[in-house]
Ligand binder design. Sequence first.
Ligand SMILES: Cc1cc2nc3c(=O)[nH]c(=O)nc-3n(C[C@H](O)[C@H](O)[C@H](O)COP(=O)(O)OP(=O)(O)OC[C@H]3O[C@@H](n4cnc5c(N)ncnc54)[C@H](O)[C@@H]3O)c2cc1C
Length: 350
Amino acid sequence: MEQRKVDYLLVGQGIAGTMLSFFLQQAGKTVLVMDEGKANSASRVAAGIINPVSGRRFEPAWMYDTIYPFAKATYHQMGALLGEDVFTERDIWMVFPSEQMQQAFKTKTAGVHPSPYTTDPQEDRFAGWLQQPHGAAIVKGATLQLRTLLPAYRQYLLATRSLLEQRLDYRLLEVTDNGVTYQGVKADKIIFCDGVATTNNPWFEKLTFLPNKGEVLLVKIPGLITADIIKKGITLVPQEPEIFWAGSSFVWDYADDHPTAAQGAKLEESLRQLLMVPYEILDQLAAVRPSGNDRRPMIGMHPQQTAIGIFNGLGTKGCSLAPFMAHHFVQHLVGHSPLMPEVDIKRYFK
Ligand SMILES: Cc1cc2nc3c(=O)[nH]c(=O)nc-3n(C[C@H](O)[C@H](O)[C@H](O)COP(=O)(O)OP(=O)(O)OC[C@H]3O[C@@H](n4cnc5c(N)ncnc54)[C@H](O)[C@@H]3O)c2cc1C
């Protein structure tokens, strides 16, 4: 490998490494990103949904009023840099699976906790397509087009000599008084943005990850053309006319990160409960989400090995969290502002 000296060596070009390298470069730092290009990384399999409402209890997503406008502005900025549309605001057509869920949603989003992100539909957009005896609501969400953003940003990194397409082997990393050296590359700091692979990272064994596997179907629904996300147990996200990402499962106990017949059958059952029309399965994908035990990002430099840091734990919400959190980390790294305690990895080193 050629001899190089950079300010930051980043490991991983999922959404975490992408956003961190973007803000480090904006802050005037030199960056080299090393990525092995794993085909089924979480970011390469995810749908990119940004949803203001979390989980079955319809709680407002954590810090949403802060992170959403920041994410939207950042993705527009990246779109302009790359010459690609990477971000789309979309309605989430949320079909209620039961009367109770409809009531729970109304209580949560109307009366006591009014939500600016939800409305009642004026008309049934999917009559004849979906089974929805308990009705639906509209939630104002968005998608990040990860399958456009990640390769386009990769090309940008390659063109600016800021990407090495290879795997970093932890055992070959030398930690010196002035930073780190990896083969020919010297860096003041290395930051691991390596997703679930970091569960084997010897410097961050104290961090408690609860990785979970998600499986997804790619389906064709002949004649169904919409810009909306459709959600009822399973979530359909439009990819191109008639083609939808349909997912995803949550499994904490899994043998490997490959698709399984069992989860494929469960996803198909959910599809049958949602659709009134025929569909065709085109593909099945699987990946593992890098979730932490407290569902908060894991950000910071190692308390003893101060040249080694981590940007991880984005869990189920990488697309909404990554821009704000990457910017927050960069402000800490270059401006020495403190990290929010909820995301600072110091919480694991007490
Ligand atoms: C099925 C599924 C659906 C999801 N849907 C959504 C969604 O709709 N919206 C949302 O916000 N989030 C979603 N998520 C979660 C989202 O995918 C994650 O929060 C996010 O992708 C995590 O990004 P990351 O960059 O931390 O990790 P990753 O995407 O896993 O990226 C890690 C990168 O590091 C590289 N790497 C790892 N080790 C090394 C090494 N030693 N050397 C070199 N490179 C290395 C890998 O190749 C990879 O590119 C979903 C996840 C799954 C699995």
